[in-house]
Write a new protein. Structure first.
Length: 620
């Protein structure tokens, strides 16, 4: 059936909601009446929809699922996130007086360490007292986990202040409810960042909503805004230019969809991330999320002393207004020229170490060979049945998550419960706590490890066994858009595709098509996809090679990295058979530690020691 619409600059508006599949509108009756027509609005940029008649709403992924005949199940139900049909959550707020105490402490305390923090902001960061006061920066003591103990440390505090109207609108959009607020401005949350350990960061209170640092400083009639990667950068832009500037709540790794409505009023958005691979990738990703037509990307021109970020530009005395004036709109995703890419190419050639990829801290020799994991690439992992492929990838995923990479697991063979048990053991439960299972000490150690693991930016798809590839890709797409996932693990291809062959397609053709679509997904979404593929049946003890990967040569041809976990029954090694990035190949001998169910390369049989994530707590 044809759905009649009219178009506005921002929406497709559906005339007759009864022509839509069940689930879009809850009251598709009497649509012949003029008053009941043109009520369903679908965003042209995000695909989010809203019915002004019944209040039904959803994401682009929910809309696709309804149109594809999957009923009312949301894409969010495929990952460990709450579906949009969940009852409204009551979210806490920061008490205004509490934040006033933070600000007063930073500005007036005579404590030696706080005085040092104040001088750091004024002299090393080059920020003025009026700007610090305008943005509400303060300091307070927070507790952080340091291996097996908690440490109190002084932190800078960055409040997410918004108007009461913005708060109420956000609650309506997200189906949430916030503690009663009667003031004109409220504090959604505070981000705390340790002065002595930059990596120690926390959002307070836990479980509260999302906001933007500096949003309260933006005039109501503003149509232009600068979004920076960090809080110091936003204040630097405002101090140097007077332009409205806010910072991302979680750095370059994510832009939560919950804050997108707060940015809807702006006609022009400048994106200024750090001048490194992660920052450049974040700019491109966030521009697509916010709408390419209204975004401009700030990239300082190459030179002998190119500032890393806006705050460094302020300290160096750069003309920040001129840097912003040179911002360019993002290039078309399918068309480019050397003029557009020149700065990035030269920067990569001058600083290759910044583009090497995320390292696997617990496997340094393996990292030395592959040069880390990079976005936009496809890795193939294979090895004999029972050799430990899932164990190896679980260990790698923990290392990457600890580094700040947002991970998504698709475990089609092993249940999520068993997978998480393995991950908890690898977190350090075995090695760090020599206690008897079942004892009170063991229970306490287990809870402490679970708290650390919970703070990691790790998500899990709920598929198991044979699954529809379209639904899997849709869940992956949802996770990338909503949770800003950067690395996806599919374990494994054969289990995902089992009993899923259609028509005349044989197993090889089906597998080739799946690999091709996963490869395209990695490239188009600029995420890393690690895919486990079982090998062909070989004689026991025979070393595997590229041709041992099950199926045609398609999988290894499409892959940027091919890793084989080899075993002769006694010894194991990681065998890098293909490495498109650097060309380095080689064997890395490994051993297995039963203490924490992890692999290690050298003589340290304790294996990798878990360090609490400094990024995971920011995803709550």
């Amino acid at each position: 059936e044809i759905v009649e619409t009219r178009e506005t600059q921002e929406h497709f508006v559906v005339k007759d909601c009864s022509a839509l599949p069940v689930g879009i509108c809850e009251k598709p009756s009497n649509t012949h009446k003029t008053d009941n027509q043109f009520k369903v609005y679908i965003s042209r940029t995000t695909g989010a929809w809203y019915c002004h008649r019944c209040g039904a709403k959803g994401s682009w992924y929910d809309l696709k699922r309804v149109f594809h005949g999957y009923g009312l199940a949301t894409a969010s139900s495929m990952v460990n996130a709450e579906p949009s049909t969940a009852p409204a959550k009551v979210l806490p707020l920061i008490d205004k007086d509490e934040n006033k105490r933070y600000v007063h402490a930073l500005l007036h305390s005579e404590n030696d360490q706080i005085v040092a923090m104040r001088n750091y902001l004024l002299h090393q960061r080059g920020l003025s007292l009026p700007v610090l006061m305008k943005y509400g920066v303060g300091c307070a003591s927070f507790s952080f986990s340091d291996e097996d103990r908690y440490v109190d440390t002084l932190c800078f505090t960055f409040p997410w202040i918004m108007s009461r109207a913005q708060l109420l609108q956000q609650d309506a959009d997200l189906n949430t409810s916030t503690e009663p607020a009667h003031d004109e401005f409220v504090i959604r949350r505070v981000k705390a960042r340790a002065y002595s350990h930059k990596g120690w960061q926390r959002l307070h209170p836990k479980g509260a909503g999302w906001g933007l640092f500096g949003l309260h400083t933006v005039p109501e009639d503003a149509t232009t805004i600068v979004i920076t990667e960090g809080e110091f950068d936003a204040m630097a832009v405002y101090q140097a230019t007077g332009m409205p500037a806010v910072s991302l709540p979680n750095g370059a790794s994510s832009l939560p969809v919950q804050v997108l409505p707060l940015l809807e009023p702006f006609e022009k958005i400048y994106l200024w991330m750090d001048n490194d691979a992660a920052g450049k990738s974040g700019c491109e990703k966030f521009a697509r999320k916010l709408g390419l037509s209204r975004c401009h990307i700030i990239s300082p021109s190459p030179g002998p002393a190119v500032p890393k970020d806006a705050n460094e530009a302020l300290v160096q005395g750069c003309d920040i207004a001129a840097i912003i004036g040179d911002a360019r709109p993002p290039e078309h995703s399918q068309i480019s020229t050397f003029v557009h890419l020149r700065e990035r190419v030269l920067h990569e050639m001058m600083h290759p170490e910044l583009y090497a990829g995320t390292p696997v801290k617990s496997l340094p020799e393996f990292t030395k060979v592959i040069k880390g994991f990079r976005p936009g690439e496809l890795s193939i992992f294979t090895g004999p049945t029972g050799v430990g492929k899932t164990t190896l990838l679980a260990q790698i995923s923990l290392d990457l998550a600890e580094h700040g990479n947002r991970m998504l697991w698709g475990s089609f063979e092993v249940s999520n419960i068993r997978l998480m048990s393995k991950l908890l053991t690898q977190c350090g439960l075995g090695a760090g706590h020599q206690v008897t299972p079942g004892s009170k000490a063991y229970q306490a150690a287990l809870n402490q490890t679970a708290d650390r693991f919970q703070d990691l930016p790790m998500f899990f798809m709920t598929f198991h066994g044979s699954s529809d590839l379209d639904q899997v890709l849709d869940a992956m797409d949802f996770a990338v858009y909503v949770h800003d996932v950067q690395h996806i693990i599919i374990d494994n291809l054969q289990f995902m595709l089992s009993r899923n062959y259609r028509g005349s397609m044989d197993r090889f053709e089906q597998q080739d098509l799946a690999v091709e679509r996963l490869r395209r997904f990695a490239t188009d979404r600029n995420v890393h996809v690690s895919l486990v593929v079982h090998p062909r049946k070989e004689e026991e003890g025979i070393r595997l090679h590229l041709a041992s990967v099950f199926g045609s040569a398609k999988a290894t041809q499409e892959a940027d990295l091919v890793v084989i976990l080899q075993s002769d029954g006694e010894k194991k090694c990681i065998d890098v058979k293909k490495n498109r990035f650097s060309g380095d190949l080689g064997l890395v001998p490994i051993q297995f530690s039963t203490l924490n169910a992890s692999y290690f390369e050298g003589g340290d049989k304790r294996g990798p020691r878990f360090q609490p994530s400094t990024f995971g707590s920011l995803r709550k």
